[in-house]
Design a protein around this ligand. Structure first.
Ligand code: GLN
Length: 303
């Protein structure tokens, strides 16, 4: 199949789209990004790569990092993790907080912010130098030592993260947080500030398309865990738009408010998109359209 041609066709169709969505500005640093960027990158399991548009400009991966922290935490604590976080879609926005949601202090899933904060707390118990070790894990997955945090984004979110602070306090009050609220939040904000371009993102998530082995065949996760994580991406990766993403695109995937999306067809490919304008659910507007076009044109989705 002519993948490069298909990616270029999609890029040409979307780059002049009058509707680009709105760049997230609740984290002030993210609001500085130009809405006109559009990048797509495809990594197939037969070792071929295809890219179009702004695929080599780094952006803030934000909630996409939640998949990587979940993978690392599962590595440490295995199925015990599910005593502290559930695996049900929430049907609510990523920053939604209700006492009902946290009835027993157990967040609905690891990809809403409350769930990701519990995962951060777990990682703090197991990593010696949490920020460094987490970054090294991501670098090893991608085999790319140039991946780093964006300190400005981390500081910007720290200065304005009132809702996440509330979530962390709520979790602490329910006894589902061992460490100091401040330490958990600080580590969480750093994870979200991870900066990658589309190529690096697709390389990093290759492991979820390739039964737990990274781009050069090194094993990071057992296939059984990859199956679980992909299932959570499919059901919870897009918050209250997870149904729509499955319906339109048909792939396990994860979005972030930096405008990135990464998705996998297990056994076949990993694809990433970046378009900073978000729809009203907080997912990249053009990124979702690009992926819908890709799976429709190639007929390659899990369905
Ligand atoms: N750091 C962001 C937050 O906590 C992540 C949200 C997202 O990407 N959906 O609000």
């Amino acid at each position: 199949m002519e993948y490069q041609h298909i990616l270029e066709e999609i890029h040409t169709t979307l780059q002049n789209s009058p509707q680009k969505g709105t760049v997230a500005s609740y984290i002030p640093e993210l609001g500085k990004v130009n809405a006109d960027h559009l990048g797509i990158y495809l990594f197939t399991l037969d070792g071929k790569e295809y890219g179009t548009g702004h695929f080599d400009i780094p952006f803030s991966v934000q909630s996409i990092s939640k998949v990587l922290s979940l993978a690392k935490a599962l590595d440490f604590v295995g199925t015990d993790l599910w005593k502290r976080v559930d695996v049900e879609p929430s049907g609510n926005p990523f920053n939604f907080l209700t006492l009902l949601e946290l009835e027993k202090g157990i967040p609905r899933n690891p990809f809403i912010n409350a769930g990701a904060l519990v995962i951060s707390d777990i990682l703090l118990s197991h990593l010696k130098n949490p920020k460094e070790d987490f970054l090294n894990y991501v670098r090893e997955l991608a085999e790319d030592s140039s991946i780093s945090y964006n300190e400005d984004v981390a500081a910007s979110e720290k200065a304005t993260g009132y809702r996440n602070t509330a979530a962390a306090n709520l979790l602490k009050s329910f006894g589902n947080m061992e460490h100091n609220v401040e330490d958990v939040l600080d580590f969480y904000f750093y994870q979200c500030s991870l900066s990658m371009n589309c190529r690096q993102l697709a390389r990093t998530f290759y492991v979820f398309a390739n039964s737990g082995k990274n781009v050069s065949g090194k094993t990071f996760l057992p296939p059984g865990l990859v199956k679980r994580i992909n299932a959570i991406m499919l059901t919870c990766g897009f918050y209250d738009e997870a149904g729509e993403f499955a319906f339109e695109v048909g792939l396990p995937g994860k979005s972030g408010v930096g405008g990135g999306i990464v998705a996998v067809l297990p056994g076949n490919y990993c694809i990433s998109t970046w378009a900073p304008g978000l729809n009203e659910k907080g997912n990249s507007l053009l990124g979702m359209q690009a992926l819908e076009m890709f799976t429709t044109k190639t007929k390659l989705s899990i369905f």
